[in-house]
Each structure stands twice: as structure tokens, then as C-alpha cells.
Write a protein that binds this ligand. Structure first.
Ligand code: GLN
Length: 199
């Protein structure tokens, strides 16, 4: 079962992709939900708000623990910010889960490029992927253990470290399932159970 962090943001869009791929998924809102899932998708939205809600609901310590014990995760935009090891221009109290060794700058693409769309060459995909960037985080640096799967203007925008995948952009806001499929197929090769939906 794949969880989708449903504290705020575009979580339903992620659920649509997972369901279209035939993968059982559920919303994660409280600490107990995290024990029911094999992997977690963290949506775009507002990382500072998600942080606050995670603390208030008591989700934060369990989320940290599950991530620390290696729960696979896929974060987009705000989700990438939450997964990063270090956040620049964030709120001092926002959480960083340290699931992937990247330093990100919140809203790092600056005002005039607050939002933009571009075609991305993604390693492993045979045709470009439409990247939608909305007040996106910019990856400032990464450790050698982090694999870059796509870049824009020389800056990594899709990165993977083990079972953690993070995108500066929003695959969930397209109809293209390929990046979600990439996350799921990685889980399959790692033998994490992405249970097929039974209907
Ligand atoms: N700038 C937002 C943040 O700091 C992320 C934007 C997004 O997810 N589209 O969380």
C-alpha cells in the first residue's frame, strides 16, 4: 500500500496517478496511517504549512522514524523540500527529513520565473517529460550518492538516492504517469510491496 501525505496540497492528483497505475493507495493524515503504508508520496503545496500540520497532528516523529528506517518516498516540489537534508530560505521551524542528501533553496527559481513549464529529458524515459514548475525548489548541491535523472539549465530537477525520489516539478499535474511508474517499478525491484489494487 502506498501512502500519499494528505496534510495539504495536491495529494489527490498523486492518488489519481497511482490508481491509474493500478496501485493501492491511501491518504496519510495521522501517525497511525504511516504504519499501514510501505512507501510514501509527498505532494506539492506549501512545505511550511505541511510542516506545521505534521507537528500539530503528531505525524512528525513517526514520519521521521519511518523515513529513518528506510521507507521509500517520492516527493514533488514541497515534498522535495521536506525530504531534503537542508533547506535554504525556509522557515526556521520547518521540518527537514534528511531522506535525500540534497540542499534545496525554497522558491529558488526567483520571482520572474516563479512558474514555468519546459520539456525535460529524463534518464530512462524515451520521450521528453513535460515539467511544470510552480515556485519550485532549486537544488543547490547534492552528495555523490544522489543520482541526477533530469536537469534543467544544468540544475538537477529529478533526483534519486536509493528508494527516495524527488522532483522540483509536478508530474502529478500532468496526465503522464511515467515518473510515478518509475517510482513504483523501483519499489518492485527493491521488493517493497506496491500492492496491486483489488477491485
Ligand atoms: N514554494 C513552495 C514551498 O515552499 C513549494 C511550491 C510547490 O509545491 N508548488 O513549499
Amino acid at each position: 500500500m502506498i501512502g500519499v501525505l494528505a496534510l495539504q496540497g495536491a495529494f489527490e492528483a498523486h492518488q489519481r496517478h497511482l490508481s491509474a497505475l493500478g496501485v493501492a493507495n491511501m491518504q496519510v493524515r495521522g501517525p497511525g496511517d504511516l504504519f499501514l503504508v510501505d512507501a510514501l508520496v509527498m505532494p506539492g503545496g506549501e512545505s511550511t504549512t505541511m510542516s506545521k500540520v505534521a507537528v500539530v497532528t503528531g505525524l512528525e516523529p513517526v514520519l521521521r522514524a519511518r523515513i529513518a528506517e528506510g521507507m521509500p518516498a517520492f516527493g514533488t516540489c514541497a515534498g522535495m523540500i521536506l525530504l531534503a537534508s537542508e533547506v535554504r530560505d525556509g522557515r526556521s521551524d520547518q521540518i527537514s527529513l534528511g531522506a535525500i542528501d540534497i540542499v534545496v533553496q525554497r522558491n529558488g527559481y526567483g520571482r520572474q520565473r516563479d512558474s514555468f513549464e519546459t520539456e525535460l529529458d529524463v534518464s530512462g524515459l524515451d520521450a521528453p517529460f513535460h515539467g511544470i514548475f510552480i515556485r519550485a525548489p532549486k537544488v543547490l548541491s547534492l552528495q555523490p550518492s544522489v543520482e541526477v535523472l533530469a536537469s534543467h539549465d544544468g540544475v538537477p530537477v529529478l533526483v534519486r538516492q536509493g528508494s527516495v525520489l524527488a522532483a522540483s516539478f509536478h508530474p502529478e499535474l500532468t496526465d503522464d504517469h511515467r515518473i510515478h511508474a518509475m517510482f513504483i517499478s523501483h519499489l518492485v525491484t527493491q521488493s517493497v510491496t506496491p500492492v496491486k489494487e483489488v477491485s
